[in-house]
Design a binder for this molecule. Sequence first.
Ligand SMILES: C[S@@+](CC[C@H](N)C(=O)[O-])C[C@H]1O[C@@H](n2cnc3c(N)ncnc32)[C@H](O)[C@@H]1O
Length: 240
Amino acid sequence: MVVPSIRFFGRRKGKGLTPSRQKLLDNLLPQVLMTKEKASVLPKAFGVPVNQVWLEIGFGGGEHLAELALKNPHVGILGAEPFINGVASLLAHLNGSHRYPRAELGLEENRTDNVRIWPDDIRLLFPSFPDKSFKRIFVLYPDPWPKARHAERRFINMTNLPELYRLLSDDGELIVATDLTGYADWVKEQTQIFDKFHQVNKDQHVAPKDWVPTRYEQKGIKAGRHPNYFIFCKKSEKSA
Ligand SMILES: C[S@@+](CC[C@H](N)C(=O)[O-])C[C@H]1O[C@@H](n2cnc3c(N)ncnc32)[C@H](O)[C@@H]1O
């Protein structure tokens, strides 16, 4: 794959990190870091044997990813997030120290070592993944970039959809959520143009079974917004 020029337009840093969060970045992150080399041998990149791998792109504070990882100890979950405060927040969840910082800087006792983190733009890692690497790819509440002149910055676009298609296993699912009607319409439009995915959930306003809400989703609901959920599967090679 040719990666022309990749420029990340979001935030990489927020307010200053507490000393305990900084310690997690210094000590726990290296233990769970994804690298280009490991991405090429993906199932082996985890600290435990895993029977499938899921990818969450833009995990924010990591609440959703941490919950998925706890509920699915035999799934390897890779999260990508360039916002370093979000990475530190996920590490705090993995360390079990979200509310009550502890001295230990490893994984919470009894927690399965099934999470790996790429603290950067996921597009930089795309070329390293073999085809069909993931059973599920989550893009939850992506940055909307509502202005028309910023449309090319929206993650669901005609550059990234072919990569997401390549990276999904044949029975895999691309899961997208947004609470902005304009972005929901954009997702439908882009996937229709790309024409290699079909939506398998019937009602986009109904949360899929066992849905774990993200932080943005919860904030949006409190503010009166309504989530839209899309689960896409690959069309078969013949019909695509
Ligand atoms: C609006 S936030 C949503 C966070 C989280 N998914 C949630 O629902 O709470 C979107 C996140 O996607 C991240 N993001 C944007 N582009 C990305 C990319 N190319 N690779 C990885 N993460 C990305 C941003 O840094 C931001 O934290």
